[in-house]
Design a protein around this ligand. Sequence first.
Ligand SMILES: CCCCCCC[C@H](O)CC(=O)SCCNC(=O)CCNC(=O)[C@H](O)C(C)(C)COP(=O)([O-])OP(=O)([O-])OC[C@H]1O[C@@H](n2cnc3c(N)ncnc32)[C@H](O)[C@@H]1OP(=O)([O-])[O-]
Ligand SMILES: NC(=O)c1ccc[n+]([C@@H]2O[C@H](COP(=O)([O-])OP(=O)(O)OC[C@H]3O[C@@H](n4cnc5c(N)ncnc54)[C@H](O)[C@@H]3O)[C@@H](O)[C@H]2O)c1
Length: 310
Amino acid sequence: MIQFGVIARNFSSSSAVQSAIKNVTVIGGGLMGSGIAQVSAQAGQNVILVDLSSDVLAKSQKSIGNNLGRVAKKIYKDNPKEGEKFVSESMARIKTATDPVSASQGADLVVEAIVENMDIKHQLFKKLDAAAPNHTIFASNTSSLSINEIAAAVKRKDKFGGLHFFNPVPVMRLLEVVKGAETSTATYETMMAWGKGVGKTCITCKDTPGFVVNRLLVPYIAEAIRLFERGDASARDIDIAMKLGAGYPMGPLELADYVGLDTNKFILDGWHKKYPQETLFNPIPLLNKLVSEGKLGVKTGEGFYKYEKK
Ligand SMILES: CCCCCCC[C@H](O)CC(=O)SCCNC(=O)CCNC(=O)[C@H](O)C(C)(C)COP(=O)([O-])OP(=O)([O-])OC[C@H]1O[C@@H](n2cnc3c(N)ncnc32)[C@H](O)[C@@H]1OP(=O)([O-])[O-]
Ligand SMILES: NC(=O)c1ccc[n+]([C@@H]2O[C@H](COP(=O)([O-])OP(=O)(O)OC[C@H]3O[C@@H](n4cnc5c(N)ncnc54)[C@H](O)[C@@H]3O)[C@@H](O)[C@H]2O)c1
């Protein structure tokens, strides 16, 4: 049962986000960026959602509107008028842009949720570091890359950290807040307060590969794919097994499809390169084959399963 009450409580006051952050720029308008933009706007933040592609931005604005509607139905089930107001006011707080530099000029916080690629994240943050105001905090939503290594691209290492959200962002209540080696206490405390203010339960861990959840989840999903690849069990039975046998809301293969098989592959490739002796991180031929065929899961309509186009 998802506790929408938690979300509602965070909306109760206009200063729901008890922190120095009022203006948030989210860079990367895909699966995660659109969710981060949504929860920020819901909490009263002014948001600019940035993507290279205006098509992606249009698609994301539509899905944010739909998802706000789902949240509104929960919180304002007895007062649909209030629900409509909640949706329209939240949507009005979200602007979109395709230029990350101009979109960061007024930001108190920039959250990066672009492709899981270190070089591309470095190029982006280097550009932003030279242009964003000195007080602006930078955070990465990376699943698996090192916060310290991403921060190597910027001078403001004291104002750089990790804000790792979970998919789907409006529903998953966890936020991993990661301090880099040079993240200041003030930055860390501001990120924690902001995370709480957007309705998340924040945990902290060191800048270690995968932080907490993914360090446990990546090997789990990788082993599930290997089970299927060896023919030990069908995809369906593997997923049923973990739902009914371990109480997971989704089985590992449907979760891999949900997250995106490209993201799964990016993560494993990165860790295999860093830890070649760790067999749990070995490349998986079946995963690589699906990705090379463009079968990335839900987002392309086929992965381990087929999905009807919405
Ligand atoms: C090899 C590498 C692998 C690692 C990859 C790492 C990736 C990353 O770094 C970490 C992650 O994120 S890991 C991933 C971590 N994530 C997981 O592990 C996810 C595990 N899966 C789940 O928790 C559930 O299956 C879902 C919540 C996804 C869907 O729930 P369901 O029951 O099957 O279907 P439902 O009935 O549709 O939705 C239920 C309720 O939620 C509501 N709602 C749904 N989507 C919404 C949205 N976008 N907005 C707003 N609301 C939304 C909906 O309204 C409904 O409310 P109601 O009150 O019940 O009417
Ligand atoms: N998918 C998940 O379940 C999940 C969960 C938590 C964290 N993450 C992490 O979040 C990040 C984004 O993942 P996603 O699943 O949202 O990916 P996605 O492919 O859905 O979205 C990424 C978006 O970034 C855009 N982009 C790429 N380079 C850009 C640039 N230079 N400037 C602006 N936009 C750019 C792309 O056009 C794309 O729309 C990755 O680091 C991923 O590891 C993913």
